[in-house]
Write a protein that binds this ligand. Structure first.
Ligand SMILES: Nc1ncnc2c1ncn2[C@@H]1O[C@H](COP(=O)(O)OP(=O)(O)OP(=O)(O)O)[C@@H](O)[C@H]1O
Ligand SMILES: [Mg+2]
Length: 258
């Protein structure tokens, strides 16, 4: 382990100047410019994770940001584990209060606390891809559709791709372009399957992998837009009930999804 990191781990008393000295100039810029969005583009092994971990440390140490108000998201569990270890190495035990993990795990954690606001039980079930495909298969059967025309895999991918673009079953069924595409490939009833699938999941208190991201984002967006028009106080009390850096997560997700 880097000796400086070791020392930070022991007493977390390095001054801002001392830890900024551990960065080269472009890295330092990524760490100290904390206002507004910041995108880092750099090659493999060039110090990206170092910038992210020091940026978080900088927010906590020099800007007094409560770690509970910082969300750090990664794509893979391996990256999340590495980030957590490294952030702990820099800021010590405070790092345990960060919202740190993969997109799916952090959102699942939020939902475990707040799913009741969306009409799901807080102990909702998470369907893996196989669970989803077998539910689609039985819905196709119940609708008396041709299973070769509506292969579970194909239908699942179509639904998944819609959800990843934050298109729910209601919007899907009102979207002439999407419905037209389905009709063109001789699968005009995918919209109906999507509806039945979503309602079945909801009634069973279950979310699939795509729901873990799309449901909270859609809800946050819709609720905030609605509340902002009506009552700012509600937004504040609602967002406090969520107790997460919601605005940041919405912005992050929107830029990520685009
Ligand atoms: N300015 C620096 N001074 C000293 N060591 C550095 C500096 N920047 C990065 N390193 C070291 O270089 C190695 C790679 O850094 P890091 O893991 O942050 O890069 P990365 O871009 O995230 O890599 P990957 O592409 O593998 O994810 C680490 O051991 C890190 O401590
Ligand atoms: Mg890295």
């Amino acid at each position: 382990m880097h000796p400086i990191i070791n020392q930070m781990n022991l007493n977390c008393k390095l001054s801002m100047k001392e830890y900024l000295e551990q960065l080269n100039e472009p890295q330092r810029e990524g760490v100290i410019n904390t206002e507004g969005p910041c995108m880092l583009i750099a090659g493999a092994g060039s110090g990206k994770t170092r910038v992210l971990t020091f940026r978080i440390a900088h927010l906590i140490k020099s800007h007094d940001v409560d770690p509970f108000n910082i969300m750090a998201l990664t794509f893979t569990n391996k990256a999340a584990k590495e980030m957590r270890n490294r952030i702990e190495g820099v800021v010590g035990a405070d790092a345990r209060n960060l919202w740190m993990g993969t997109f799916h795990s952090v959102f699942a954690r939020m939902l475990r606390a707040e799913a009741h606001l969306l009409g799901y039980p807080n102990n909702f079930t998470i369907y893996d891809t196989d669970d989803s495909k077998s539910l689609i298969k039985s819905i196709v059967k119940e609708m008396n559709l041709d299973e070769t025309q509506y292969k579970a895999n194909v239908v699942y991918n179509r639904i998944s791709s819609a959800k990843n673009r934050l298109i729910g079953w209601q919007d899907y069924n009102q979207n002439p372009v999407l419905l037209g595409e389905d009709a063109e490939v001789m699968r005009p009833r995918i919209g109906e399957i999507f509806k039945n699938y979503s309602l079945r999941c909801f009634r069973s208190g279950a979310m699939d992998f795509d729901d873990l991201c799309s449901i909270p984002i859609n809800y946050l967006r819709n609720t905030l837009i609605h509340l902002i028009n009506i009552n700012i106080a509600s937004v504040i009390s609602w967002s406090m009930s969520f107790r997460t850096p919601i605005f940041a997560s919405i912005l992050l997700f929107e830029s990520w999804l685009q």
